[in-house]
Design a protein. Structure first.
Length: 74
């Protein structure tokens, strides 16, 4: 199972460009903010909203491309 997943990841990276990698970094960064940033309660909702928007805007195109790679026939 893991070998197959890594194979898909390799195919995805071969088809990716710098823009895809930038999206991936923003996606992971925003997920990190959502998961672990300690902020005052008065600012928490604003930061969460921005991080969620960035995560959604980057995660959807990344996963759409990844699913396309998985569905490809060799």
């Amino acid at each position: 199972m893991m070998k197959k997943l890594f194979g898909y990841a390799d195919k995805y990276l071969k088809k990716s460009n710098w823009k895809d990698m930038a999206l991936l970094k923003f996606c992971l960064f925003s997920m990190g903010i959502l998961a672990g940033m300690q902020i005052p309660a008065r600012n928490k909702k604003k930061v969460q909203a921005v991080a969620f928007c960035v995560f959604g805007a980057t995660y959807i195109p990344l996963m759409a491309k990844f699913i396309g790679v998985i569905r490809e026939r060799d």
